[in-house]
Design a protein around this ligand. Structure first.
Ligand SMILES: [Zn+2]
Length: 134
């Protein structure tokens, strides 16, 4: 593996801080989308930067680019609902219908964060498979 500058954060850390996959210092979103802490995410979709403010990497590469992020969002959403459902069932032993409904209710507050996370993951996945070399 190449020698990286000591200040370069890890990919996982950069994903959760919504930083550019190439330079890992420029922000993908114009305002910081904190996971569950910034309640502003419930009042509107935060604006994304078209390009990385630091290295100029194009985030929205083509029209409909973030359609692929919906698949990631769906997968993460289903996994989270199942996790909540499993926890509820273990703790309460309710009927399936009641567990399913409450698992979805517990999931709903996390839906906006999953949308942002899935977009960031999509950009990272795309840059891993097909890096922009500009
Ligand atoms: Zn960058």
């Amino acid at each position: 593996m190449a020698f990286l500058p000591r200040s370069r954060p890890s990919a996982l850390s950069s994903i959760f801080r919504q930083l550019c996959p190439r330079c890992r210092s420029g922000r993908i979103f114009q305002s910081n989308v904190s996971w569950g802490i910034d309640w502003g995410v419930y009042w509107g979709f935060p604006k994304m930067n078209d390009r990385c403010p630091d290295c100029g990497l194009l985030f929205n590469r083509e029209p409909g680019y973030f359609l692929g992020a919906m698949y990631i969002s769906y997968g993460l959403g289903v996994a989270l609902v199942f996790a909540f459902g499993a926890i509820l069932w273990v703790l309460t032993h309710w009927r399936f219908n009641k567990v399913a409904i409450w698992a979805v209710v517990f999931f709903l507050p996390f839906a906006p964060m999953l949308t942002f996370l899935s977009r960031v993951l999509w950009i990272y996945l795309d840059q891993t498979i097909d890096p922009e070399t500009e």
